[in-house]
Ligand binder design. Structure first.
Ligand code: MN
Length: 320
């Protein structure tokens, strides 16, 4: 049965402007009443209303809305999401179609973490899984990468990287803030970093069938972000929920998370507080207490300053 998921939330002016530009390619000619525009990306219909409300509708609504939820979280600090599904029971494991040809291939895959966390770096990893190593990874539980806890990740990633070639890049908070503090588009950062780790692994591995990226942008948008880059890796297969469809993507995701956990712990040690993940109110409180004690400049080395959290901390410093 084809599911009809509906996801609704409010977006600020900045996100509206970004949506207006980024979705321009798939806008419909007709606009419903009170809407700024309606767009159709694959199976998902996206309607942005004059009120600032945006509605994602269709079987892949959760995938299509994901990037914009993160963007809104960055731009305004919070998102109040309403979602409904016509088939709630399998909402998590929704119709992921695995192509056996891709799953059973020798492939290079990449995935990232840290893009939704105020504290901590962004980590992107590419990994190479040959046909011969698929069984080994399955036995370690890599197939269910999304469900693995941090403890389990700390346990199995050292075993994974014994057999699996990989390349990782860590974008520290300082580098992030120095390079990307104006008109940031998180997807552009991701594209540049994915390309970097894919290129360096591809230099070493010659025997692969596919290069797979866990899809975060349409292919032509991805390549558009890289239009000024050198050494652009071509012939990528972009897969949504890639870590469920290919073990190279799953392994890349786990290695990224492993490195992120380690880096996050180092940061917590450095600051002397257990830092919270994500970008919620708890994060604001912790960031505020750090800024109060060490000065707001200190956040430059441990947090992503363009997130709305920074503005909230500034207000808190003024008012408390
Ligand atoms: Mn991903």
């Amino acid at each position: 049965m084809k599911k009809n998921n509906v996801i609704t939330f409010r977006v600020c002016e900045k996100t509206q402007k970004m949506m207006d530009e980024e979705l321009d390619w798939c806008k419909r000619e007709k606009t419903p009443p009170y809407a700024k525009f309606q767009a159709k990306d694959g199976d998902t219909v996206i309607t942005l209303y004059e009120s600032g409300k945006v509605v994602f509708q269709g079987s892949d609504a959760d995938l299509a809305s994901d990037f914009w939820i993160t963007t809104e979280r960055i731009n305004s600090g919070k998102v109040d999401i309403k979602s409904s599904s016509s088939n709630k029971s399998d909402k998590l494991d929704k119709s992921i179609k695995v192509d056996p040809k891709i799953y059973n291939s020798s492939s290079i895959g990449s995935d990232e973490v840290g893009t939704g966390d105020y504290f901590g770096p962004i980590v992107v990893t590419s990994s190479y899984v040959s046909k011969d190593n698929i069984k080994y990874l399955e036995e370690l539980g890599v197939k269910d990468s999304k469900k693995l806890t941090d403890d389990k990740i700390l346990e199995i990633v050292p075993l994974i990287i014994k057999k699996i070639p990989y390349k990782s890049v860590i974008l520290s908070n300082k580098e992030y803030n120095d390079n990307y503090n104006k008109e940031l588009n998180m997807n552009k950062i991701k594209a540049i970093l994915h390309n970097k780790v894919l290129y360096s692994l591809k230099e070493e591995i010659k025997d692969y069938d596919y290069i797979i990226v866990d899809e975060f942008a349409k292919d032509f948008i991805y390549y558009n972000y890289l239009r000024n880059s050198v050494n652009v890796v071509k012939n990528i297969t972009f897969l949504t929920k890639g870590e469920s469809k290919n073990l190279a993507v799953a392994a890349a995701s786990l290695i990224s998370r492993y490195i992120f956990i380690k880096e996050f712990d180092k940061l917590s040690d450095k600051v002397g507080i257990t830092l919270p993940k994500g970008a919620s109110d708890v994060v604001d409180e912790v960031a505020f207490s750090i800024a109060k004690e060490k000065g707001i400049e200190y956040l430059k080395d441990i947090a992503k300053l363009n997130f709305k959290n920074t503005k909230k901390v500034e207000e808190m410093l003024k008012n408390r």
